[in-house]
Design a protein around this ligand. Structure first.
Ligand SMILES: [Fe+2]
Length: 307
């Protein structure tokens, strides 16, 4: 299998892992991204791996107010040219063909990393299928990724947030009960870098860098090929424990402020998830665990009418 993601080495060395930069790829005609293959993929995935709704949103849209699409998943993909929908198929690495694709892409990238770079671990894939003029509201993602544009046009607004003025450290804490969408203010746009993407284009999206995305006048297919370095995995564990402690009334420092307490949080996380992880293999137990630990809101993306 071929998979060629390309970038300017100087761009990479200057920006990775904290700043976005443009990339290119030769994947726009790859057979894994045809609509029939994506329908087949959607039919093989557990329901909680697919999230979809109307694409007629604003960057600051509140998740609770998101309009739904009155179609089943396969018809939404079939009618994506006209149905004003936005969809993500999550964790496509669960399909062996997509898993091989992701690993081929990222292993080729890993082979080009400078000596001493951190390994790319926990490789995953998220495929976005959206109608023309759809918006993905302002949010952050707890991993690094190469975002590749397969079909149509996309405008990717990326924001510097080193001072935490746009998304606070509290909002960067990780909890399944949180909605993905973050508070957005039009004035944020002064700090945006906007990448116009079309077939063959892409960008590197840094860990937790705020962004929102809109499609152009054609339907769009894109993929986020994601990974986590050991530094990102550790920060995620600390931010997860910080969210739990904040909920209990004990707000905590951001990762890397206090090495001793970071170590305790990582150890606590590892112990807890050694018990929980084997239970997360089936859809019903994932749903139950989310609800037990984080409340009904943690299953927010289920839309029973569409199931
Ligand atoms: Fe994202």
């Amino acid at each position: 299998m071929t998979c060629h993601i390309d970038y300017n080495v100087t761009d990479f060395n200057t920006n990775y892992p904290t700043r976005s930069f443009a990339i290119n790829h030769d994947l726009a005609t790859h057979h894994l991204f045809t609509l029939p293959r994506l329908i087949e993929l959607s039919q093989s995935m557990a329901r909680d791996r697919i999230e979809y709704n109307s694409g007629d949103l604003e960057p600051g849209h509140k998740y609770e107010d998101t309009p739904k699409v009155d179609l089943p998943i396969d018809d939404t993909i079939r009618q994506i040219e006209n149905c004003h929908a936005w969809m993500v198929i999550k964790n496509v690495e669960q399909d062996p063909e997509y898993k091989a694709f992701i690993e081929t892409c990222l292993n080729q990238v890993a082979d080009r990393l400078p000596a001493g770079s951190e390994p790319l671990q926990d490789m995953q894939g998220f495929i976005f299928i959206s109608s023309a003029n759809s918006t993905t509201p302002f949010h952050i993602d707890a991993e690094e990724n190469f975002f590749i544009q397969i079909h149509g046009d996309k405008f990717f607004h990326v924001f510097e947030n080193d001072d935490r003025e746009l998304v606070s450290e509290e909002n960067m804490e990780i909890s399944p009960s949180k909605f993905r969408n973050m508070n957005y203010n039009k004035e944020f746009e002064d700090r945006a870098t906007v990448y116009g993407l079309r077939e063959g284009d892409g960008i590197f999206v840094p860990y937790m860098m705020p962004h929102w995305v809109r499609t152009g006048s054609r339907y769009s297919i894109s993929m986020a090929i994601t990974w986590k370095t050991p530094t990102v995995l550790r920060a995620n564990k600390i931010r997860f424990v910080n969210a739990m402690l904040r909920k209990a009334g004990f707000p905590q420092s951001a990762p890397s402020q206090h090495a001793w307490s970071d170590g305790i949080k990582v150890a606590a996380y590892n112990s807890a998830f050694a018990v929980i992880n084997p239970l997360r293999k089936s859809e019903w137990s994932r749903k139950l665990i989310r609800q037990l630990f984080f409340g009904r809101k943690a299953n927010y993306y289920y839309n029973e009418k569409q199931a």
